[in-house]
Design a protein around this ligand. Structure first.
Ligand code: UDX
Ligand code: UDX
Length: 444
C-alpha cells in the first residue's frame, strides 16, 4: 500500500519511517524545502533514539521518500496521514491553521477515494471539521473518509512506542476506512496489540484523557512529596507501595519539578478549555495545571530561601531538556525556572548532554554560561541544581564536584542521589519529598 504522511516533525517523521519499516511505501511530505533536502540525505534534524537509523534503512530500500510535492504523493496514495503541528495561539487555543491548510490543499488534489488520517493531537471535533472543509472545497465530488488515529509516542522512545504500542486507537465513521487503517498496522497483529475501534470524537478524546490522567498522576505524587517533606516521610516509599497496588500501577509516580514537554501542558489546557466551552468542566485538569505551576514555583522559592536571596548568587544547573534523552526544551521546567533565577539576579552555569543548542536560543546574556560537562558547570558555584535526570548525572563523582564548588549545596529536584550518601560527603542536600530536606512539622 502507498501512503502519504504530511508534516515531518517528531510525530510525522516517526510515523512515516516506522510505517515504511512495516513494509508500506511512504511519501513524507513537508512544505519546508530545506527540511526535505536534509531528510533526503538521511539526516534527522532533531535527536530521537533510533530514528536516523530507521530513516536511512528505509531510504536505502526505497520504501521511504521525502518530497515537497503533496499532489503527486496524494494521487499515488490510499491513505494520507496529517501530522503537522498544532501550536498554541497567544490566548491558549490551539492554532489549527496548518491542519486547515493541509485539508484545503488535499481538497484540491483528491482524484480518487482516500482515507485522511489525523495523527496530530487536535481538539475534539477536528476530524469532523476536516470532513466539512474537504467537502466544501473539493473541485469535484470524490469520496473520502476522515479517521482519527492519535499517537501516544514519548519523545526519546518514540520509535519503540510506535513499534510496540500498548494499543492502537482508530476513530472512524466508516467500517471500510477503519479496516484500511487497521490494515496499515497489520504487523502489530503479530504481537497481539489491542485495537480500539471507535468514533472519531471518542478517539480524539481518548488522547486527551490519557495525557490528562498521566499528568494527574505526576501532580498527585508531587503534592504528596510536598507533604512528605513536612512530616519527614519518604515519597519514594509512598510511590512504591502505591504502585504495587495493581489498580494504581507504578508508572508516572516519580516526583520532580513539574512536568513539561510539548504535550502534557498544552493538552491539559485544551481539555480544560473544551470542558468550559461545553459546560462539562474538567476541574481535575484545571487543578493539575495550577499544581504544576506551583511545583515550579516551589523549586524556585526553595533555592531562593536556602541561598538567602538570589542576587549575584552563582548556581550550576544540570539538565535543561524537559526530560532525559531528548534535546527538546518545550515547556521544560528547567528553562522556566532558570529564567526566573536569572530575572532575580542569579548567575548560571549550565550543562545538558543534548539540549544546549536549543537552550542557547532562549537563555542568553552574560549571566548564563553553557559548559562542556557537569564538572565545569559546578566549578566555583554556590549551589548545584539537578533539573533533569540524565543517566550520566547518576554516576557523577560527587567528591570531585564538591572540591570544585565554592559551597557544597545540592538541590536534587529529580531525586537522582541517595540523600544519606550525599550528606555524608558534606553536602547540604535538598531532595524532593524525602526526609531531612525541611524541619518536620506535625499537623496538630
Ligand atoms: C506534533 C503534533 O503535530 C502536535 O499536534 C502534537 O501535539 C505534538 O507533536 P510535531 O510533529 O512536533 O507536532 O510538529 P513540528 O515538529 O512542528 O512538525 C510539523 C511539520 O509539518 C513541520 O515540518 C512543517 O514544516 C510541516 N508542515 C506544516 C507542512 O508540511 N505543511 C503545512 O501546511 C504545515
Ligand atoms: C507524553 C506521553 O507520555 C505520550 O504518550 C504522549 O503521546 C506525548 O506526551 P512526552 O511528553 O514525550 O510524552 O514525555 P513523558 O515521558 O510522558 O514525560 C512528560 C513530562 O512528565 C516530563 O517533563 C517528565 O519529566 C515528567 N514526568 C514524567 C514526571 O515528572 N514524573 C513522572 O513520573 C513521569
Amino acid at each position: 500500500m502507498n501512503i502519504t504522511v504530511v508534516g515531518t516533525g517528531y510525530v510525522g517523521l516517526v510515523t512515516g519511517a516506522a510505517l515504511a519499516d512495516f513494509g508500506l511505501n511512504v511519501s513524507c511530505v513537508d512544505s519546508d524545502v530545506r527540511k526535505i533536502e536534509t531528510l533526503s540525505s538521511g539526516r534527522v534534524p532533531f535527536y530521537e533514539t533510533g530514528l536516523e537509523e530507521l530513516v536511512n534503512r528505509n531510504l536505502r530500500n526505497r520504501r521511504l521518500i521525502f518530497s515537497t510535492d503533496l499532489e503527486a504523493a496524494v494521487r499515488a496514495s490510499l491513505a494520507v496521514f496529517i501530522a503537522v503541528a498544532t501550536p498554541d495561539l497567544p490566548d491558549g487555543t490551539p492554532d489549527l491553521s496548518q491542519v486547515d491548510s493541509v485539508a484545503t490543499a488535499l481538497a484540491e488534489c483528491l482524484d480518487d477515494y482516500k482515507v485522511i488520517v489525523t495523527k496530530s493531537t487536535v481538539p475534539v471535533g477536528t476530524a469532523r471539521r476536516i470532513q466539512g472543509l474537504l467537502t466544501g472545497k473539493q473541485r469535484r465530488p470524490v469520496e473520502f473518509d476522515v479517521v482519527s488515529n492519535p499517537e501516544f509516542l514519548r519523545e526519546g522512545s518514540a520509535v519503540e512506542d510506535f513499534m510496540r504500542p500498548n494499543r492502537v486507537v482508530i476513530g472512524a465513521d466508516s467500517e471500510n476506512a477503519a479496516a484500511i487503517v487497521k490494515d496499515i498496522y497489520r504487523p502489530l497483529f503479530l504481537n497481539e496489540t489491542p485495537f480500539v475501534i471507535t468514533s472519531p470524537e471518542t478517539a480524539e478524546l481518548i488522547k486527551y484523557a490519557c495525557n490528562a490522567f498521566l499528568a494527574t498522576k505526576i501532580s498527585f505524587i508531587n503534592e504528596m512529596a510536598n507533604l512528605c517533606e513536612k512530616v519527614g516521610a519518604d515519597v519514594h516509599h509512598v510511590a512504591r507501595a502505591m504502585g504495587l497496588d495493581k489498580r494504581i500501577g507504578p508508572k508516572f509516580l516519580h516526583p520532580g519539578p513539574g512536568f513539561g514537554g510539548s504535550c502534557f501542558p498544552k493538552d491539559l489546557v485544551a481539555l480544560a478549555r473544551t470542558g468550559r466551552q461545553l459546560e462539562a468542566p474538567q476541574r481535575l485538569a484545571e487543578a493539575v495545571i495550577e499544581i504544576n505551576r506551583r511545583q515550579k514555583e516551589r523549586v524556585f522559592s526553595r533555592i531562593e530561601r536556602e541561598l538567602g536571596g538570589l542576587k549575584g548568587k552563582k548556581i550550576g544547573v544540570l539538565g535543561l531538556a524537559f526530560k532525559p534523552n531528548t534535546d527538546d526544551i518545550r515547556e521544560a521546567p528547567a528553562i522556566d525556572i532558570c529564567r526566573k533565577l536569572l530575572e532575580a539576579g542569579a548567575l548560571i552555569q549550565a550543562y545538558d548532554p543534548a539540549a544546549m543548542p536549543n537552550s542557547r536560543k532562549v537563555l542568553s546574556g552574560e549571566e548564563v554560561v553553557f559548559c562542556p560537562d557537569a564538572y565545569a558547570a559546578a566549578g566555583g558555584m554556590e549551589a548545584l541544581w539537578i533539573a533533569t535526570e540524565w543517566n550520566e548525572f547518576r554516576n557523577i563523582n560527587l567528591a570531585r564536584i564538591k572540591s570544585l564548588m565554592q559551597a557544597p549545596v545540592l538541590f536534587d529536584s529529580r531525586n537522582v542521589f541517595d540523600p544519606a550518601r550525599v550528606r555524608a560527603l558534606g553536602f547540604r542536600y535538598f531532595g524532593t519529598g524525602r526526609p531531612g530536606s525541611t524541619p518536620v512539622r506535625s499537623p496538630a
